[in-house]
Design a protein around this ligand. Structure first.
Ligand code: SF4
Length: 116
């Protein structure tokens, strides 16, 4: 059965139609980038996870973090549980790795802001 997917690669937000019974044929895309995006959304949707973790900074108690690459959407809940266990010590620098290869996804959880 065909499914609709909104392409979020650019602000145009094309409404894609993906047909799993026809080799995941994608229609409705304004540009070629929509084809692999539409297929991936049905076969193995992925997302970059952004969140915050606890930090013992003087003025700031939360530190923004993100995965350095997209991870399978089905792992987001488990990854959020891992993120909620983290407690950093200041100072930290943007790009510092908080958790390497988080839940064997090949993605690292990294700091996105310098905190003294
Ligand atoms: S299909 Fe192309 S033009 Fe349309 S939203 Fe995706 S990237 Fe943008």
């Amino acid at each position: 059965m065909k499914q609709e997917v909104i392409c979020v690669i650019c602000p145009r937000g094309c409404r894609l139609t993906v047909d799993p019974e026809n080799d995941y044929k994608v229609t409705g895309n304004f540009c070629a980038k929509g084809v692999p995006y539409g297929k991936a959304e049905l076969i193995n949707p992925t997302r970059v996870v952004t969140s915050t973790v606890k930090i013992d900074g003087e003025k700031i108690t939360r530190c923004p973090v993100k995965t350095d690459q997209a991870i399978p959407k089905k792992e987001i809940k488990n990854i959020m549980q891992e993120i909620n266990q983290v407690n950093l010590n200041a100072p930290v620098k943007a790009g510092d790795i908080v958790i390497q290869n988080i839940l064997n996804t090949d993605a690292n959880l990294v700091v996105t802001r310098d905190i003294d």
